[in-house]
Design a binder for this molecule. Structure first.
Ligand code: GLN
Length: 239
């Protein structure tokens, strides 16, 4: 059933530290990817060579950079305020939101990042990145601070123990009929989405992909599977 989580253990889908099994079990690309050759707005070719930062403090940085360049963008690791100033948009990867939050402070990035987001810089947060961008975080560390770039209440690690990691085929609003195979690793649950938040996909009735203006968030890891439609959607529709 599309959208229903499958329990780990029945197929080789439990995710190791680097998600190696995921790449092998992920669906092959079928036909041309939607929009793969359509982009012209930011330059020539898909993705237009637009400079998209990947917040490179901790987490799944390299896989996002690869997904972005496969989608035609130019990925840039962002570790300093100067790096941030050089990009047109930013991906905040999965990892540990508590750690990312701490490193945002020590790197001096929190303030300039909050400013850029306030000025409408497009951002795509995945898993921990979604938590970092949310307005309210439940079950976080007391000193964990989120950026409040999207009106969401999220609860960390809330799919429960048996569902620590699972995969699900999502029906994504606006995508073609092919389901989007999504990998969830200790994913946050959205407890509440604000009125201005557009929910693009759900699992068990919970939003797992959502957008509010220039901010896109997913509770899962689109960079770990070969399907590039979500990165392309970010580049084409959000940036
Ligand atoms: N559980 C992590 C957190 O709370 C998120 C996990 C992930 O990004 N895969 O930050």
């Amino acid at each position: 059933m599309p959208g229903a989580p499958r329990r780990p253990g029945t197929t080789p889908e439990r995710i190791g530290a680097r998600g190696g099994a995921v790449a092998r079990t992920a669906p092959e690309r079928i036909g041309p990817q939607r929009g793969a050759v359509a982009r012209t707005a930011h330059g020539s070719g898909p993705g237009g060579g637009i400079k998209v930062g990947v917040l490179a403090l901790q987490g799944a940085v390299a896989a996002h950079a690869r997904a972005l360049s496969e989608s035609g963008a130019t990925p840039v690791d962002v570790r300093t305020p100067d790096d941030l100033a050089s990009v047109d948009a930013l991906v905040i990867p999965g990892g540990e939101s508590t750690t990312i939050s701490m490193l945002l402070e020590s790197s001096g990035l929190r303030e300039p990042l909050a400013e850029r987001l306030g000025a409408g810089m497009p951002a795509f947060g995945t898993c921990a990145g979604m938590i970092v961008l949310a307005s309210d975080v439940l079950d976080g560390r007391p000193d964990q601070r989120s950026l409040a770039a999207i009106d969401l209440v999220v609860r960390r690690n809330a799919f429960g123990r048996q569902r620590d990691s699972f995969e699900a085929d999502l029906a994504v609003d606006g995508f073609d009929d092919r389901p989007f195979h999504a990998v969830f690793i200790r994913a946050p649950v959205v407890e509440r989405a604000g009125a201005g938040v557009e929910v693009l996909a759900t699992v068990a009735g919970r939003p797992v992909l959502a957008r509010s203006g220039p901010v896109l968030v997913s509770a899962f890891h689109p960079e770990l599977t070969p399907d590039r439609r979500l990165h392309q959607y970010f580049l084409e529709e959000v940036v």
